[in-house]
Design a protein around this ligand. Structure first.
Ligand code: 13P
Length: 224
């Protein structure tokens, strides 16, 4: 099975024209591409993802986007619980748990992000987040969730997680939940393969997914 590579564009690029250009350059990789909500309807693509969703299907939730709406636009995957949502938008594990259930209800494949901050113990944080985020999700649905281990200190810093440490976290997650596990945090084309070699099923790429040439290299290196 080829590693699953996911591009999380975050709040980039700043115009639809640039988004179209980037999309057309990287779509041939077959990677999952998660553009900002406002660009999604401009793209027809089998591997489309979103960066978040609401826990409700519709209603008075100003500014929110529902899993149903995403499904209707051809979206297949949705990132849930990214640390930037947890930190900047004060998302709690309780909210993340509801979002996961709503996404599964709408037949989207959730990519659940977990990971520790600088001075936290990885295993303590991973255990707590998995327990609270997955609370009450039925076994048959649980299997559909992809977990992304993204140590917060490694995101956008260039300070990527060494492969031995990453391997430890991956094995710990796998013991708790047998699902696919991706690695994310300062991934570039030089280190992409290291994570696959230590057992990760794929990568969640932020900054480097905005550079078509570098992203194509990441996919190629990870998948060979
Ligand atoms: P960077 O690759 O920019 O470190 O971001 C990782 C990430 O947050 C992907 O979701």
């Amino acid at each position: 099975m080829k590693p699953l590579i996911v591009a999380n564009w975050k709040m980039n690029p700043s115009s639809l024209a640039e988004a179209r250009k980037l999309f057309n350059e990287i779509r041939k990789t077959n990677a999952v591409i998660c553009p900002p909500f406002v660009y999604i309807s401009a793209f027809k693509y089998i591997q489309l993802g979103a960066q978040d969703c609401c826990w409700k299907e519709e209603g008075a939730y100003t500014g929110a986007i529902s899993p149903q709406m995403l499904k209707g636009l051809g979206v297949k995957y949705v990132i849930i619980g990214h640390s930037e949502r947890r930190i900047h938008f004060k998302e709690t594990d309780g909210m993340i748990n509801k979002k996961l259930k709503a996404a599964l209800n709408s037949v989207l494949i959730p990519i659940l992000c977990i990971g520790e901050k600088k001075d936290e113990n990885p295993e303590t944080v991973i255990s707590r987040q998995l327990k609270e985020d997955l609370d009450g999700i039925a076994e048959k649905d649980l299997k559909k969730i992809i977990v992304a281990y993204e140590p917060v200190w490694a995101i956008g810093t260039g300070d990527f997680c060494e492969k031995d440490e990453a391997k430890k976290a991956r094995n710990f997650i796998r013991k708790k939940i047998g699902n696919k596990v991706l690695y994310g945090g300062s991934v570039n084309s030089k280190i992409a393969k290291d994570y696959i070699d230590v057992g990760y099923d794929g990568l969640l790429v932020g900054g480097a997914s905005l550079n078509a040439e570098e992203f194509i290299k990441i996919v190629k290196n990870a998948q060979t």
